[in-house]
Design a protein around this ligand. Structure first.
Ligand code: HPA
Length: 277
């Protein structure tokens, strides 16, 4: 039986054979944010199910593929669909593709997600640049024997969300007159949405938006020394903040409405980021 590292290396070899030089940038599309795909000139498309040892996602609104192509003037790898802890996968499985793309040579990971707003100022269709996170998933992707080839046992997390890349995204948004707030992302395992009492607690703890992704991959990528930047699309007011109960269809609909602007922000930010690689 192959161990985890051997499995990653096999997946890496598989991708290398299909892709050639792996792009510097990986863009991860959150729920309903697929518009980026219409803008990519696709070179290669690899269904996740073809990649050795990569688990399949089961969430509505997520089609799982890795696309390699050109976005604007930049060659990117685009993850359509990610794996979530609430699907019953282990943390190791959730972060597996990110680690593999990191091993393939990707340098920057632009993560996007759909999130609930913890304040009325973080309302549906707002974009929020993640400054930092609260890992309230009750676990950590680095638990277990450390994989020394990837990183150290006790990695520092002070600058997990790369300050230089964050500045670039903020400046790009300003230049494009796109409203972009900044905030702390609360990572939860889900899959039930939160109760109003929980939302009150997360707000008291310093959170601004809540979601069920991003935190595991951000930790695993930072452990590997990769640069991470993340933007949330607020798709709904969190439980108890607004008057209505939450619906996954609302999440997808709101994300769809903002995806064109979101796509522009990602594309133009990446162009600027090339200067600092
Ligand atoms: N809570 C958790 N995850 C989410 C939400 C929410 O309100 N909206 C989108 N993802």
């Amino acid at each position: 039986m192959k161990n985890y590292l051997e499995k990653m290396m096999e997946a890496k070899e598989f991708i290398n054979a299909k892709v050639g030089t792996f792009p510097d940038f990986v863009v991860v599309l959150g729920s309903g944010l697929a518009a980026v795909l219409n803008e990519i000139k696709i070179e290669v498309e690899i269904p996740y199910s073809d990649i050795p040892y990569l688990a399949k996602t089961t969430v509505e609104g997520h089609v799982s593929k890795l696309l390699i192509g050109t976005l604007g003037e930049t060659r990117v790898a685009c993850m359509q669909g990610r794996l979530h802890f609430y699907e019953g996968l282990s943390m190791e499985e959730v972060v597996f593709p990110f680690r593999v793309f990191g091993l393939c040579g990707a340098k920057v990971f632009f993560l996007t997600n759909a999130a609930g707003g913890l304040h009325v100022e973080m309302k549906p269709a707002d974009l929020v640049l993640i400054q930092d996170h609260l890992n309230l998933m009750g676990t950590n992707p680095l638990i277990g024997k450390n994989i020394d080839k990837l990183g150290t046992r006790f990695p520092d997390m002070t600058h997990l969300y790369d300050p230089t890349l964050r500045r670039i995204v903020a400046q790009t948004a300003e230049k494009l007159a796109i409203k972009l707030q900044q905030g702390v992302y609360v990572g939860l395992h889900g899959p039930s949405y939160e109760t109003p009492a929980e939302i009150k607690m997360y707000r008291a703890l310093g959170g601004d938006v809540v979601g069920m992704s991003t935190v595991p991959e951000a930790i695993a990528l930072h452990h590997m020394g990769k640069r991470v930047v993340a933007v949330s699309c607020v798709t709904n007011l969190a439980a108890g903040v607004g008057p209505t109960p939450l619906e996954h269809s609302e999440v997808l609909e709101t994300a769809k409405k903002v995806q064109t602007v979101f796509c522009l922000l990602v594309k133009e930010s990446i162009k600027e980021m090339k200067r600092v690689l």
